[in-house]
Design a protein around this ligand. Structure first.
Ligand code: AKB
Length: 312
């Protein structure tokens, strides 16, 4: 039987779907959702929920003890675009929440952690195409700096204290159930909403900005597979590169036009262009394939069909 799981940041874009997937797999009562705010009705009504601030160690510890939590998924974070506006708040949230769960594991109060990293750990000096698992990493964003530091700490806690922490570097994630908030790749979700509402979208990135992206179902499957993998097969304890598709705003617009021929895209790049320009265009995820058999299933056209069907 699955020992109880806690999700911190369960009401966000990834947290919502991850909670539902874990509840479907292990039973609702074994999966405690938590967030600093309430989430959608499906999430709130399908199992236990706690209002919880991921930066508050004692509050997390109380919930861990109360439910006898064994595994924690830390999904609370401030993403790239918002983090540029509030650097200290982003650093505080992203780092103190991570230390809280790492220290709970170090003290033997929980036994397994999932913590998401991001393609934002790479920077302008990183080779852009097929970016390798280990390469130049000089992130130029607040968010990227916090994720890269987080990766170092995860590996450190694994090596020094035998903490079973597992991580993937998510690319931009595309989903229809919950909106993303504060990311640079959010355009690839907004565009589907606007295509259905107005048949037009003004993109905050330029037409040729190619970024690694992934449909949410693939991201959830990757997360569950990594958490179930045999520990002895895992050679990376910082964070695994995770690849799927790469496309530009022009490509996604073309894919939408196959369904909505009158769709029009225009471009007005803002400060997020510089963030996107510092990130890779495509990812080499061969280590994830080798260690835990990672294979994506959705390409851009599959994603477009799913998004328009479910939002329409
Ligand atoms: C963001 O755009 O900040 C995130 C990410 C790539 O980690 N979606």
């Amino acid at each position: 039987m699955q020992k109880p799981i806690l999700i911190l940041g369960a009401c966000g874009q990834i947290g919502t779907e991850l909670t539902m997937a874990l509840r479907a797999k292990h039973g609702s009562e074994s999966v405690v959702a938590s967030d600093i705010r309430e989430g959608n009705d499906t999430l709130m009504e399908s199992g236990p929920f706690e209002l919880l601030d991921a930066t508050n160690y004692e509050a997390i510890e109380d919930v861990v003890m109360h439910y006898e939590i064994d595994e924690v998924y830390l999904m609370a974070a401030m993403l790239s675009a918002t983090a540029e506006k509030f650097p200290m708040r982003a650093w505080n949230l992203n780092m103190s929440s991570l230390f809280n769960v790492l220290n709970l594991a170090k003290e033997g109060k929980i036994s397994k952690i999932f913590w998401p990293s991001s393609i934002a750990v790479f920077g302008p000096n990183t080779p852009k195409e097929d970016t390798a698992q280990s390469t130049i990493m000089e992130p130029s964003t607040v968010y990227g700096i916090s994720k890269q530091s987080g990766e170092r700490w995860c590996e450190y806690y694994f090596k020094k204290f035998d903490v079973d922490v597992r991580s993937v570097r998510y690319p931009g994630l595309i989903s229809w159930k919950t909106m993303p908030g504060g990311g640079t790749t959010d355009y690839a979700v907004e565009i589907y909403h606007k295509a259905l509402e107005n048949q037009s979208y003004k993109c905050f990135l330029g037409p040729e900005t190619k970024l690694p992206m992934m449909y949410m179902d693939d991201a959830i499957r990757a997360t569950l597979n990594l958490m179930e993998a045999d520990a002895k097969n895992l050679s990376v304890r910082s964070s695994y590169n995770l690849g799927s598709m790469s496309f530009t705003p022009e490509d996604i617009a073309d894919s939408i036009k196959n369904h909505i021929p009158e769709f029009k895209i225009s471009y007005e790049p803002d400060f997020r262009q510089q963030i996107a320009d510092s990130w890779p265009s495509s990812i080499d995820d061969s280590q994830a394939l080798k260690d835990w058999n990672w294979k994506p299933e959705f390409n851009l056209d599959d994603t477009t069909a799913e998004m328009l069907k479910n939002l329409g």
